[in-house]
Design a protein around this ligand. Structure first.
Ligand SMILES: [Zn+2]
Length: 93
């Protein structure tokens, strides 16, 4: 899938259509002091190493996200493109 690098879309901060720059969304690093991470680390200490987590449902494909940056107010908006797909998103000129 291809997505244009610049587009004219609605900015909720400017409350009007403004030119936006598109970037691929990337997940940030996990916080080490987050409650879940601390709980996991606490469980790992001791004799038994592995911790059985809850089984997650395997979804077919992932939702492709794009970060739109408003060129007027410089605020960012996250937007999902379409539904779950196995195809990767490309930001093209
Ligand atoms: Zn704006």
């Amino acid at each position: 899938m291809k997505y244009p690098s610049t587009s004219n879309t609605y900015c909720p901060y400017c409350r009007k259509q403004t030119p936006h720059k598109a970037k691929l969304y990337s997940k940030g690093t996990a916080r080490t002091m987050a409650w879940g991470q601390l709980k996991h680390a606490r469980k790992l200490t001791g004799y038994v190493g592995k911790v059985a987590g809850e089984k997650t449902v395997k979804k077919q494909g992932k939702r492709q996200k794009v970060v739109l940056n408003c060129t007027v107010c410089n605020k960012k908006i996250e937007r999902t493109i379409g539904t779950r797909t196995r195809k990767k998103l490309e930001v093209t000129a």
